[in-house]
Design a protein around this ligand. Structure first.
Ligand code: PEP
Ligand code: MG
Length: 903
């Protein structure tokens, strides 16, 4: 097996398609070499080798040593230098890089090959002793920490102490002699801790570094990052051994990170950070605040022009925005990395639409590029425009660089650990740091927003936060963060731990207190792209909405009807006339405690006008789109008070004695209410509830029709498990509706159907279809009952079932993403049987899964007519439905090709 792939001098053994084996960085370097870009030479040790190493007790495959040796020799020939040579040493970096980008999560060792002899050679060759000894101390520092595991803090402390002695804060002010002394101190410390001398032999150094990079795949922070980002199924990290080029030799050198388009706005402008006389990690770590590329264009016009060419070439080549790292060594440009760049959700839409319009990608590719999370994040809050400017000016604490837009408010915390602790208690927190490092990702993830005192738009904090669409401000230089007292001060104001602060990531401003936030306007590219998606999809997209307000919101989001209106939600609150809420609650409670059908009817009569008004509002909001209204579903005990005081109050209000209420509440008690007297079972035993609800629906529809509105009500019975049961309910529904329609003289089209929530109903789909005019899969209950998992209690143990590090039984929470294997199979069975009886049987889904991308794709595959999602998830469903078609087309195309091949 081949474990090592070489690239250099315009040739590469690998290419950009080999991400799985070479990692993103290795594949990118090979591809860039192939297309003729200036890339330093090197070789990549594969992820397969990492897998071998980690699964064989940290042992390398037998053939690896010879392969590395011959590739190193090849690199030495290509660069005309020898690793660690005393006169003109080849130095290498040893870098991680897996198939999926994990910024800063794994290890890198720079300047490898330096020892007490080659450092002198480097000093002579570059005529820069200061640089050479700085390079050496960086190497010793990194090697000691990363390969040997000596505490980073102890090494940093020696550096700080040295700078204090010299009276400087800036690395560039440290003279050669001081770096040389520091190397000596590091080596002494190394010996005192390990009992051995710091390795002089470059090959020994190289093998140490390779092992450390492989090992870093399983470091805590990398494992956490993969868990948070749901990265699974990778073999490990590749190791890239790359010729070092130096951006810190002098003022004609530098290093930078750039994006082919603006990752914040999506504008087609060249965007990036550059630091003169610095090494790559200085930009990423955000230790110094870098300059913009326009400034670089002024200072190094020739190199900038070359970089601009690279920008155009790479974007055309990869057909996507690229995030590139480069170094300028004494006026010569070297490309060190290219990868698809992370971007804000706004930029994601803008770039996809622009690139499709430019002809760089197809509209289908543009649709395919959007992820559910990109849509979710578009709806993140901003500072409410109603907050007066004067108030904001008063609250302003500090200003920084607007790295990731959005706004966030929370309590200030100064460590990732504290952020996690407080977030676990349900607190909203803002993480305030001097700078962030990969160790902080856990805390960054739970924070509402992040602010750092140093760094640019490509610093660690900015890159990680952008990936999550999380509001982030960096380079907030006036902010003096003091970890010893857990405070930050700026412009004479102090932030203590636990104080509320608000971040405006659009403007880059930190405010005192909790400022009012609101949801942003969508960018124009959002509606363009969603329009393209609508043109592609086959599935209808409806919404779950219970109020006219939600229905209107859902229409704005693109819903084409209501797939589920949970009528009982109207019992709790009057959304149009809130002062009437109490009346509604009393009416339903009176109905529940009633002991005779007459008393129940009397109470129901009070509810009727409320329900009718709600339905009229919903029908009007839906303006001719179908509206599925589900009759009462939850167990009745949910509506009555259980404590004595409230029971007495209810008794007073509805004029019955308290003992009657106590007795009824006791009667309603159930051991397993989810499997008890709920759903259509309520209408079987109390038909007067069904009668009132059907009357309200049909009268509302008739009234709308009379006023010229179009209405298509679909009356839906929940929790049905048997054909005869549904027949009784459907007969009653038709009887009540028929009488009203007949009396009104208007022509009303309506349907009567059922939810499929009980496995028995799914199994008997053919029988049920004889009665039902439509099925709507209630996959919340169907999941609960198929898996025997309580929807309300599973949170206590289900996380262990999903956590890869624990049991890892399910890939996802089955209440969030449909269990295709089990519940999906049952749905397919039901669909096939239902449609065998009624080929045109209308089929939908109204469980939460209707707003989950992968579940929507499944619904497309099994031939549902529509999915129904909560209003804010409607665009997610629209997108996923279009992607399902695109995936289907691609599969067909590749299937045909495969077929041809087989012939
Ligand atoms: C369902 O069970 O999937 C459903 C939509 O109904 P509810 O969530 O109201 O039980
Ligand atoms: Mg249900």
């Amino acid at each position: 097996m081949k474990y090592v792939y070489f690239y250099g001098a315009g040739k590469a053994e690998g290419d950009g398609t080999m991400k799985e084996v070479l990692g993103g960085k290795g594949a990118g370097l090979a591809e860039m070499t192939k297309i003729g870009l200036p890339v330093p030479g090197g070789f990549t040790i594969t992820t397969e080798c990492c897998d071998y190493y980690l699964t064989h007790g940290n042992k390398y495959p037998a053939s690896l040593r010879a392969e590395v040796k011959s590739n190193l020799a090849r690199l030495e020939r290509a660069t005309k230098k020898k690793l660690g040579d005393a006169n003109d040493p080849l130095l290498v970096s040893v870098r991680s890089g897996s198939a999926r980008s994990m910024p800063g999560m794994m290890e890198t060792i720079l300047n490898l090959g330096l020892n007490s002899k080659s450092v002198e050679g480097l000093a002579r060759n570059t005529k820069n002793e200061r640089f050479a000894w700085d390079a050496y101390r960086r190497f010793v520092q990194m090697y000691s920490a990363v390969v040997i595991g000596l505490p980073k803090e102890a090494l940093e402390e020696k550096l700080r102490a040295m700078k204090t002695r010299l009276g400087t804060k800036d690395d560039t002010q440290v003279p050669a002699e001081a770096w040389r002394e520091l190397v000596g101190e590091y080596k002494e410390y190394f010996k005192s801790q390990t009992g051995q001398d710091f390795p002089e032999d470059p090959e020994e150094q190289l093998w140490g570094a390779i092992g450390a990079v492989f090992g870093s795949w399983n470091a805590e922070k990398a494992v956490t990052y993969r868990r948070v980002e749901k990265i699974t199924g990778l073999l490990g990290t590749a190791v890239n051994v790359v010729q070092m080029v130096f951006g810190n030799i002098g003022d004609n050198s530098g290093t930078g990170v750039c994006f082919t388009r603006d990752p914040s706005t999506g504008e087609k402008t060249f965007y990036g950070d550059f630091l003169i006389n610095a090494q790559g990690e200085d930009v990423v770590a955000g230790i110094r605040t870098p300059m913009h590329l326009t400034e670089m264009a002024r200072l190094m016009p020739k190199v900038y022009k070359q970089l601009e060419k690279v920008r155009q070439l790479l974007e055309k080549h990869y057909r996507d925005m690229q995030d590139m790292e480069f170094t300028v060594e004494e006026g010569t440009l070297y490309m060190l990395q290219t990868r698809v760049g992370k971007r804000t959700p706004t930029a994601t839409f803008k770039m996809a639409v622009d690139m499709a319009k430019e002809g760089l990608i197809t509209k289908e590719m543009a649709i395919d590029r959007i992820k559910s999370e990109d849509i979710e994040r578009l709806f993140y809050p901003v500072i409410d425009p109603s907050v007066p400017k004067a108030e904001l000016a008063k609250r302003k604490i500090a200003e920084g660089i607007n790295a990731v837009p959005g706004a966030a408010a929370g309590k200030a915390v100064f460590s990732a650990e504290e952020a996690e602790k407080m977030a676990a208690k349900g607190e909203k927190v803002i993480l305030v740091r001097r700078e962030t490092s990969p160790e902080d990702v856990g805390g960054m993830f739970v924070a509402q927003g992040i602010v750092t005192a140093t760094g640019g738009k490509t610093s660690h904090a900015a890159v990680v936060a952008r990936g999550w669409g999380k509001c982030c401000i960096v380079g907030c230089e006036k902010l003096d963060v003091d970890y010893s007292t857990n405070t930050a001060t700026a412009n004479g104001r102090k932030i203590n731990e636990g104080d509320w602060i608000t971040l405006d990531g659009n403007e880059g401003v930190v405010y005192e207190g909790a400022v009012k936030l609101s949801t942003p306007q969508l960018p124009p590219s959002f509606s363009t792209l969603m329009g393209w998606a609508d043109g592609v999809r086959r599935l209808g997209i409806r919404t779950n909405a219970d109020t006219p307000h939600d229905a209107r919101k859902a229409r704005e989001m693109g819903a084409e009807g209501i797939g589920l209106c949970r009528t009982e939600h109207m019992f709790f609150k009057d959304f149009e006339q809130p002062e009437k809420s109490v009346d509604r609650q009393l009416a339903i409670q009176e109905m529940i405690v009633a002991e005779t059908p007459e008393a129940r009817r009397k109470a129901l009569a009070k509810l009727l006008p409320y329900q009718r008004r709600d339905f009229i509002g919903i029908f009007k909001a839906m303006d001719g789109f179908p509206v599925t209204i589900r009759l009462i579903d939850p167990p009745l005990h949910e509506f009555v008070p259980h404590d004595r005081e409230k029971q007495e109050e209810l008794a007073r209000k509805i004029g019955v004695d308290v003992e009657t209420i106590v007795r009824r509440v006791e009667q309603l008690h159930e051991s397993n209410p989810m499997l008890g007297h709920r759903g259509c079972r309520l209408s079987i035993t109390y038909p007067e509830i069904l009668e009132m609800q059907v009357q309200a629906i049909v009268e509302a529809a008739v009234e709308c029709k009379k006023s010229g509105a179009k209405v298509f009500p679909e009356i839906m019975h929940p929790l049905v498990m048997d054909k005869k049961e549904l027949q009784i309910l459907a007969d009653a529904t038709h009887r009540v509706a028929g009488e009203i329609v007949k009396k009104s003289g208007v022509k009303l089209e309506y349907m009567v159907g059922t939810m499929i929530e009980v496995p028995r109903a799914a199994i008997l789909g053919d029988e049920i279809a004889e009665v039902a005019q439509f099925f709507s899969f209630g996959t919340n209950d169907l999941t609960q009952m198929t898996m025997g998992l309580s929807r309300d209690d599973a949170g206590r143990f289900l996380p262990d079932y999903v956590d890869e590090k624990k049991a890892g039984i399910f890939p996802d929470d089955p209440f969030q993403s449909l269990d295709v294997k089990g519940v999906g199979k049952l749905m397919k069975w039901c669909i096939e049987r239902g449609r065998s009886v009624k080929p045109k049987l209308k089929l939908g889904i109204c469980g939460e899964h209707g707003g989950d991308g992968p579940s929507v794709k499944f619904c497309h595959q099994v031939g549902l007519d529509y999915v129904s999602a909560s209003p804010f998830r409607v665009p997610i469903a629209r997108l996923a439905a279009a992607q399902a078609v695109i995936e289907e087309r691609a599969a067909k195309k590749s299937g045909k090709k495969a077929g041809r091949k087989i012939k």
